[in-house]
Design a protein around this ligand. Structure first.
Ligand code: OFO
Length: 171
């Protein structure tokens, strides 16, 4: 059985994962209308991944005797300054999500809820990988700077970047 505090924090995390999915969907749509189809595909996939993260939490909360609440979401931005800024937003967002996961992990330790602690380890590795990928992308974008030809190549090459790999271990 989940404690009410852990259930509440897990429900907050459900909201964060759903909001991430919406946010990246907004990025996908923006990139698509700007003509960056490679970036758009990457963001569509990333948005789907976040929905999977949300679903995994929904199922866990309900299986443990809690009640997963489907959240209302704020509208994400419709436009972004440019493609590099959009990826910086993604990295900042992932860093904030990692912080939330860490807080959740710390509550499970304080409450000695070892099964939720164990469940959350998947999210800990996932966040590590997502942050690392976003940092790699930002390094590339910094090299490219404002060069349109470089961005064109980046849009083509991003198809080769893996959105996540922790998900591959998902049963
Ligand atoms: Fe759910 O991993 Fe990103 O936010």
């Amino acid at each position: 059985m989940l404690s009410s505090q852990i259930e509440k924090q897990l429900n907050n995390q459900i909201e964060s994962e759903a909001a991430s999915s919406q946010y990246y969907l907004a990025m996908a749509s923006y990139a698509e209308v700007q003509g960056y189809n490679g970036v758009a595909n990457f963001m569509y996939k990333h948005s789907d991944e976040e929905r999977q993260h949300m679903l995994k939490l929904v199922k866990f909360v309900n299986e443990r005797g809690g009640h997963a609440i489907v959240p209302a979401l704020k509208q994400p931005p419709a436009t972004f300054k440019d493609i590099p800024t959009m990826f910086q937003n993604l990295l900042d967002h992932e860093i904030a999500i990692t912080q939330k996961i860490n807080e959740l992990v710390s509550t499970t330790l304080a409450e000695k809820d070892y099964s939720t602690h164990n469940f959350l380890q998947w999210y800990v590795s996932e966040q590590l990988e997502e942050e690392a990928l976003a940092r790699t992308i930002m390094d590339k974008l910094k090299l490219i700077g404002n060069d349109n030809g470089g961005l064109y190549m980046f849009d083509r090459d991003i198809a080769g970047f893996k959105v996540t790999s922790a998900n591959d271990d998902l049963g």
